[in-house]
Write a protein that binds this ligand. Structure first.
Ligand SMILES: Cc1cc2nc3c(=O)[nH]c(=O)nc-3n(C[C@H](O)[C@H](O)[C@H](O)COP(=O)(O)OP(=O)(O)OC[C@H]3O[C@@H](n4cnc5c(N)ncnc54)[C@H](O)[C@@H]3O)c2cc1C
Length: 437
């Protein structure tokens, strides 16, 4: 757990991209499955027998570099803006520019398309480190990398890669548009329609609660091309922001992650060329399921980062600043036990997150692990962020520091990319399959 509790180390001034230019991604060696307590059956066997078991949270050199670079960037550049962005309910545009400059918006995109060419766990590390400072910035990076970039890398053809990946890694924010007013948990009941026309498609419908919508230039939109086939008609399309008929209908005001934009989008006779079809017609539901399974590990990482940020903020206060009854409040045993319990829960959640990420990278079945990681990490984030407010007393409740913000932000972990009930359903379904004779 060295990197988990490490003091933030001073870093060079060079950006992640520049540092990576001289030191490319070290070959990732998957961790032996002995560490995986999940009994999810394997989809693909990978021979890990010759590897020495290592702790799940042990990072490769590249991942450590990512953690250090993003941690420094978040502390120095984002930290001073967190409160203002939350109050303004808006992302500072310079933060978005800096995310691109730092190479954090194309983490897994191959270098030939302007990305950092790193692995999935490196993206998870970045999401976690950002959330430690601001979960709003973290979710922007999460949706862009783990949903949009991944979808295009995985399902796009060579032409799509050449067209979209350089934009996504250098300056165009991506948005993932699945949910609609009448379809949230029941995502594939979506009503948006696509129609085939000469040389392309015409889209009509509305999307709801879309993250990054305000800042995005590219929208990955799921619409039904053949409703007679039910969910098997769902198809994925790419819509650019300036396409006639596309509009942002409303920006939501929220309880938490307020600097992250969440919008209603309208598509009124939006005509897109054939080349904006992602992958194959009728495969959209499969793409959405697969991408969200991976994306959930990202949200879980956002929640562990948030929990750690809330915990650290409160720990510093109780162990350095606040005295009552003649001693630091963190020296009371009643406080110490709660603080230790919370840290232990964060470490447990983090083990689930990194185990899921490593299993995904090893080509193993990780669906149950991702669901367990998201479920548990969001529960821990809620508990720890809530306790942190209490440990700081009145100082935790006022809108000066980050304690009350982290508490508000923590609530979203149980809602997006599948609510907690939906994660439980996934876990139970897979367990039942395994334990049914
Ligand atoms: C801030 C924010 C950002 C978001 N970003 C995006 C985005 O970028 N892209 C996108 O496509 N969507 C996004 N969403 C939408 C999000 O994914 C949905 O809100 C989520 O899937 C839940 O859907 P719902 O809100 O319709 O809730 P509902 O589905 O109406 O659920 C309400 C309650 O009913 C429970 N429930 C529903 N079905 C079942 C069941 N079968 N069994 C047990 N309980 C059940 C749920 O667990 C929940 O507690 C975002 C939402 C928010 C709030």
């Amino acid at each position: 757990m060295a990197s988990f509790s490490r003091a933030l180390r001073p870093l060079s001034r060079t950006t992640l991209s520049a540092r990576l230019a001289s030191k490319r991604l070290a070959t990732y060696r998957p961790v032996q499955s002995a560490y995986a307590f999940s009994t999810t059956p394997r989809r693909r066997d990978v021979d890990l027998s010759d590897l020495t078991p290592t702790p799940i949270t042990l990072m490769s050199e590249t991942e450590t570099m990512m953690a250090d670079t993003v941690s420094k960037f978040a502390q120095e550049q984002i930290g001073p803006k967190v409160r203002d962005m939350d109050e303004a309910e808006a992302m500072d545009p310079t933060v978005v520019e800096q995310l691109f400059e730092q190479g954090i918006m194309g983490i897994e995109i191959p270098e030939e398309f302007g990305g950092a060419g790193m692995n999935f766990t490196a993206a998870i590390v970045a999401i976690e480190e950002l959330a430690r400072v601001d979960p709003s910035v973290s979710v922007m990076v999460d949706v862009h990398n783990t949903l949009v970039n991944t979808a295009i890398m995985k399902y796009g053809d060579a032409q799509s890669h050449r067209t979209w990946l350089p934009k996504l890694s250098t300056g165009t924010v991506g948005s993932f548009c699945l949910s609609e007013p009448a379809s949230g948990s029941d995502a594939f009941a979506l009503q948006s329609k696509a129609e085939k026309i000469a040389d392309g498609y015409k889209l009509n419908g509305s999307k709801m609660w879309i993250t990054n919508a305000q800042e995005a230039g590219l929208y990955l939109v799921f619409a039904n091309l053949d409703p007679s086939k039910g969910y098997r008609g769902i198809t994925a399309f790419i819509v650019e922001r300036d396409t006639p008929g596309f509009s942002i209908a409303k920006k939501e005001h929220k309880l938490g992650i307020r600097a992250s934009s969440t919008c209603v989008l309208n598509f009124d006779d939006v005509v897109i060329p054939k080349s904006n079809l992602l992958g194959q017609e009728g495969q959209g539901y499969k793409y959405a399921i697969q991408i969200l399974n991976e994306g959930r590990i990202g949200i879980a990482a956002q929640m562990t980062g948030l929990a750690l940020g809330a915990w650290e903020n409160a720990a510093r206060y109780v162990w350095n600043d606040r005295k009552q009854f003649g001693q630091l409040i963190g020296e009371f045993q009643g406080m110490q036990h709660q603080i230790a319990q919370a840290y232990t829960e964060i470490a447990a959640a983090r083990a689930l997150v990194y185990n899921a990420a490593r299993k995904k990278e090893a080509g193993q079945d990780f669906v149950q692990d991702a669901a367990m990681a998201k479920l548990y990490a969001s529960q821990v984030a809620g508990r720890v962020a809530g306790s942190a407010v209490e440990w700081m007393g009145g100082m935790g409740f006022v809108r000066e520091g980050i304690a009350e913000k982290m508490f508000r932000d923590s609530k979203i972990g149980a809602i997006y990319e599948g609510t907690s009930n939906i994660q439980l359903q996934t876990i139970a379904k897979l367990l039942q399959k395994q334990y049914t004779n």
